[in-house]
Design a protein around this ligand. Structure first.
Ligand code: RP5
Length: 167
């Protein structure tokens, strides 16, 4: 990496989301993508959310990953406030109905304001997707992703051999 300035901003509605959302940061770290991570609640601290989303582009961020549970408005509001791509992570938190409410709150955005939504608790995939976007302009990140995909393939081939050997 030639820069250590964060390129990806990971935000979440509560510190109770942190354990789950850390998986996004772990993937970004693995691929060498600098990121920042913080709590930005749409409902409990709307002014903080406005400030974060409105300044994200000028601060050098390229992507926002936003996770929230229940009435999960943070990703959609972030998308409304910036032209940066926003990846939404629906969280199955203590106040959510198996994460389905979070999923629908995030994925069912009005026309014109997209949020790229991963699966329920899909923070890991959100991190990979963000790295794939960064990789469009960062060859070293693209190389790390290629190696990761090769490892996935090798794992499947190893599993296939193990399963075949058990028959
Ligand atoms: C949402 O409410 C947060 O994203 C979290 O998933 C959920 C519960 O928050 P806490 O009551 O644990 O702070 O806004």
């Amino acid at each position: 990496m030639t820069t250590t300035k964060p390129l990806v901003g990971i935000i979440m509605g509560s510190d109770s989301d942190l354990t789950l959302m850390s998986a996004a940061g772990e993937m970004l770290k693995q691929f060498g993508v600098p990121y920042e991570i913080t709590v930005v609640s749409a409902h409990r601290a709307p002014d903080r959310m406005l400030e974060y989303a409105r300044t994200a582009l000028s601060r050098g961020l390229q992507i926002i990953i936003a996770g929230a549970g229940g009435a999960a408005h943070l990703p959609g509001m972030a998308a409304a406030l910036t032209t940066l791509p926003v990846i939404g992570v629906p969280i199955k938190s203590s106040n959510s109905i198996d994460g389905i409410d979070s999923l629908l709150s995030i994925v069912q955005m009005p026309s014109g304001v997209p949020v790229a939504t991963v699966g329920i608790n899909g923070a890991k995939n959100a991190g990979i997707l963000a790295a794939e976007i960064v990789a469009l302009s960062q060859p070293d990140v693209a190389k790390a992703l290629t190696e990761y995909k090769s490892q996935l393939k090798a794992n499947v081939e190893a599993s296939a051999k193990t399963v075949s050997a058990q028959q």
